[in-house]
Structure formats: C-alpha cells, structure tokens
Design a binder for this molecule. Structure first.
Ligand SMILES: [Zn+2]
Length: 265
C-alpha cells in the first residue's frame, strides 16, 4: 500500500478537484494525506461566525470535516495566507503564499513528504488549471519538494480536461441551457493568467472515474459550505454535477503520452 500526499492551494480545492481519487485511494487501503498551502483567510466571511471564531478557524474545521468524509488520514498546513487573483493587493502581504520564497515553501512540504515517507505527491498542472497565483505556485513548490525529499516520490498533476469541457459547453449551448447559473463559460477563453483552462486531453495521463463515490465527493464539497463558489457548485442539478465532477484527470510528467483509465496507484 502507498502513501499519497495531495497538495492543494486552499481548503475546498480538494473537494472540487481530487476528492473522488482520495476516497477511492483510501478505500483501496492507501494512506491519504491532504496538505493545504494556505489557510483560506481571504475566503468568504461566514455570517454565522461564533464569538472569537475567525474565518481561518472555520475553514480549518471545514477541512477536517471534509477529511473525515474522504477517509483522509492526516490534514497538514504549510501555514501561508491566501493570495488573490493576478494583480490583487494582498499578493504582496507578508505571509502570502504568493510572495513566499519557493525554496522555503518547498522545504516545509518536503519535511511532510519525509515524515510520511510519501510514495506519491499530487500538485497542479503548470498553470494551476486556471492561473490563480496560489495554484500556479503549488505546481512549482510540489515539484521542488519532491526533488528535495529523501525518497523522491512520483509527482502527479491534477488538471482539467479542456476537450471534455469544450464538448460539455457546446452540448449545453445546443440544448439551450448555457447562459444561466454561471455555466456559460467557454473553456477556450483565456482564464486568469491568459491561458485557457486545464490541459488538452492529449496531455493527460490518468483518468479516474469517480462516479462510484460521487455522493461522497459532493458531501466533501458541502463540508466547505461557508464558501460562495461552493454554494454555486452544490446548486448544480445532479446530472450536470456528474458531468462536470464525475471524472478526475492527472498529468504525470515523464510518463509516455497516452491516457490510462483507473487509479494511478
Ligand atoms: Zn484554490
């Protein structure tokens, strides 16, 4: 059995991106660890915070709740603050992940990889899927940490299948349902960093069908209820949710081209 460390930028990213793989890996007997680079302090401020409770307290509790649902054995934090989208002022803040020295961030992560004697570590593709600076930085930090770790783990990069999203987008337009509720976005449009979202299918190596655990994935997402965009995703009709979130995709740098279906470990 393997130890797999999933690295995410913010608490709730695991729920939309790799939650199904995490649950399937835990069910297969692997040790699953989830590491968050930031503490989510720039997230939506919930209206029902208790006296003395901070956004960070809430988001840490939500991350633990998601971990319980997914069978995650350990939740760990690199301890940085959120950055904003490209050009936002908070990117220059002291504790922000964006302005952190990549060597220091990688050494924090490498220490966790060593503690766990990790076999596999997952990060994001080269542009973090959609260009959020924290996600882009996760890509670089994961690669550097994997190289620094005592036993260099395999590196997988979570991504999105741009060709699938384009097929869904055109099908939705033809059916006349695009344009409502935020689904009217064209995957070929430039995202935050000027690049289209995710990766072309030809650049992906692993496809994990997570429909067998889709209800669990949705429950993990619901654990992060304080966040606005989570509400939007949960508001999707079941059928549409399954189309968008029923598959998870990974690149494995160094692996020959070709898409394999199934758990990568
Ligand atoms: Zn994020």
């Amino acid at each position: 059995m393997s130890t797999i460390v999933f690295v995410h930028a913010h608490p709730d990213d695991e729920a939309s991106q790799t939650a199904g793989t995490m649950r399937l890996a835990a069910d297969a007997g692997h040790r699953v660890v989830c590491v968050y680079a930031t503490d989510g302090d720039h997230g939506t401020v919930p209206s029902d915070l208790a006296d003395g409770e901070t956004v960070v307290d809430r988001r840490r509790a939500e991350a633990e709740a998601s971990a319980a649902v997914l069978g995650t054995a350990r939740v760990a934090w690199l301890g940085y603050a959120d950055s904003g989208m490209t050009g936002w002022e908070q990117n220059a803040a002291d504790r922000s992940f964006h302005s952190a020295d990549p060597r220091e961030a990688a050494s924090r992560l490498a220490a966790i990889l060593d503690e766990e004697d990790a076999d596999v570590v997952t990060g994001y593709d080269w542009h973090g899927g959609y260009g959020h600076p924290d996600h882009v930085k996760v890509h670089a930090v994961v690669h550097r940490a994997a190289a620094d770790a005592r036993r260099q783990p395999r590196v997988l990069e979570a991504s999105m299948n741009r060709d699938l999203l384009r097929r869904l987008y055109h099908a939705a337009r033809e059916a006349g349902v695009a344009g409502e509720g935020g689904e009217d976005w064209d995957p070929d449009q430039p995202a935050d960093d000027g690049n289209p979202i995710g990766s072309p299918e030809a650049e992906l190596h692993w496809h994990v069908d997570v429909r067998p655990v889709l209800a669990v994935k949705r429950e993990a997402l619901a654990s992060h209820a304080s966040q606005e965009d989570v509400g939007w995703m949960l508001g999707m009709p079941e059928e549409q949710y399954a189309l968008v979130f029923g598959d998870e995709w990974y690149r494995e740098p160094g692996r020959p081209a070709g898409l394999t279906s199934g758990l990568p470990f």
